[in-house]
Design a protein around this ligand. Structure first.
Ligand SMILES: C[S@@+](CC[C@H](N)C(=O)[O-])C[C@H]1O[C@@H](n2cnc3c(N)ncnc32)[C@H](O)[C@@H]1O
Length: 270
């Protein structure tokens, strides 16, 4: 049975609520949040930019590392920002501020921040190089910027290219035409072209062997891709299994076994 693509909008409150609930349940996200904090190397007094902060899922643990500093979250979706504020009522985070704004034209003065990060969002930006220029502008000289994002495998041949095109096409049905996954090499290039000196470039591989996609970020879209490959070539189906995961129908659900890679790239602003 083919799943219907659902149009997701972070501007929609229901979608924001569902996103936040799924994010809470993900061990992979929890592990990545620790790695992000390590990469930022905070001393405790920094002004930190959380670009595309969403519901503040990464801002919360970063705030807890600060003694006197601030985390300033910016996001274009008011529904996501609103939910972050609601959560702050039951669990106040005095060092977390937020504002509406777009990644490609940040509403801050030059050199406002000591460091910054963008988590799970690069693949949503239509013009990531413009976002990097903006990150460069609003960070002070020597300030660190960390990109944490799920990555696809580097294209080696036409089968890889067709597979990545298909993956992006499925995600675009729900997330719009700007959606695009990058490989870790492309993320590193963004830093270099954006006049950042790369200080760390790690790949975290999260493996899974389970029934259903619970806890796997964007899991239901990946299942849609796996099912959609039925109509594609055998070479594409095999490459998908080698590169991402194998799946077998079991009862009402799927057993999935494989791994996804997440890039954590950190650069220092020149
Ligand atoms: C998958 S969510 C990630 C949120 C948060 N960083 C996290 O990991 O929990 C992607 C976020 O990017 C935001 N976003 C997408 N495009 C944006 C843009 N051009 N400018 C600002 N925010 C954007 C969305 O509104 C959404 O909140």
């Amino acid at each position: 049975m083919k799943r219907e693509a659902v149009r997701n909008s972070f501007r929609d409150r229901q979608h924001a609520l569902e996103f936040d609930l799924r994010a809470t349940r993900s061990d992979i996200r929890a592990r990545l949040s620790s790695l992000l904090i390590e990469a930022l190397e905070l001393k405790g007094r920094e002004r930190v930019l959380d670009l595309a902060t969403g519901t503040g899922r990464f801002a919360q643990p970063v705030c807890r590392q600060l003694k006197e500093g601030k985390v300033v979250g910016v996001d274009e979706a008011l529904a996501m920002l609103g939910l972050a504020r609601e959560k702050a009522q039951s669990e106040p985070l005095p060092s977390y501020l937020q504002t509406a704004g777009v990644a490609q034209a940040l509403p801050f003065r030059d050199s406002t921040f000591d460091c910054g990060f963008v988590a799970f969002s690069l693949h949503h930006f239509g013009r990531p190089s413009v976002m990097m220029e903006e990150a460069h502008r609003v960070l002070r000289e020597g300030g660190k910027f960390v990109v944490l994002d799920p990555v696809v495998h580097k294209v080696r041949d036409p089968v890889d290219q067709s597979l990545i095109d298909f993956i992006n096409t499925v995600f675009r049905r729900s997330h719009g035409k700007d959606f695009q996954f990058y490989c870790s090499e492309e993320i590193r290039e963004l830093f270099t072209r954006g006049k950042f000196q790369i200080t760390q470039a790690d790949l975290y591989s999260a493996s899974f062997d389970q029934v259903g996609m619970d806890g796997i970020p964007t899991g239901r879209h990946w299942l849609e891709i796996a099912e959609g490959l039925d109509g594609k070539s055998g070479a594409m189906r095999e490459r998908f299994k080698e590169s991402y995961f194998q799946f077998q129908k079991r009862g009402d659900g799927f057993h999935v076994k494989g791994s996804f890679n997440y890039a954590i790239v950190c650069g220092e602003r020149s």
